[in-house]
Design a protein around this ligand. Sequence first.
Ligand code: OOG
Ligand code: MG
Length: 262
Amino acid sequence: MKLTPEIIAKLAEHLEDAELKAYDVVKITDAHPEMDWDDAYAIQAEILRRKLARGDRLVGLKCGLTSRAKMKQMGVDIACFGFLVDAFSVMDGADIKLDELIHPKVEPEIVFVLKKPLKGPGCHVGSVLAATDFVMAGIEVIDSRYRDFKFDLKSVVADNCSSSRFILGNQAVPVNDVDLRTLGVVMEINGQAVSIGAGAAVLGHPAAAIAMLANHLGAYGEEIPAGTMILSGGVTEAVAVRSRDFVNLRIQALGSVGARFI
Ligand code: OOG
Ligand code: MG
């Protein structure tokens, strides 16, 4: 760690304020170039601590930057991990208020729910599938607090990997009933297809993203508890939305999910 606990707390407040009041800031590594990975995850953990102290509940985890399309779009080459609280959750078909957000983008995700805990190191696609209860379709709304979505990976980790809102579909499909690599994914805005992909775009198999998360947490001596809901990462590039846009995601065998931006 290169930053003091005081600076970590200050940066967490700075980024969470930007999130809650919906304004953008410059990436924090500009002022703190010495910041390391542990600092970045410590800032994220401090944002979670602030939310829990205010009464938010932790409801899931997310993997980000797990597909080549996303890595290329954001100009980075490793994955990031973040948390989801109940305040981020939006019901299928509900409205999402744009004035609470900065510059949101939507991305199609395959969502896992575990029935057994997962503890790295050494987790792989097989261990994830054995620990998974069911999978679902999900739309993630990302909203980087950084101006123009311009960041480096440490800054985005500190910013909870741009987490903002998520919408889960209403079908829970046993993971053994589907081959997640070949599932077709179509995301539409106002009825027009804006991104098309297949599950394998996420690290060859979306379960590989969950294994990476388990191995990442294992390095800190932590596990993913049974029952955890996890977004495995955008299958395609994220797409910017505007007022009145209706976003609909269909994933083969997992059904569809949607939301309107107002
Ligand atoms: C970082 C968050 C990425 C995903 O699914 O790849 C993410 C960003 O692109 O702002 O959630
Ligand atoms: Mg995502």
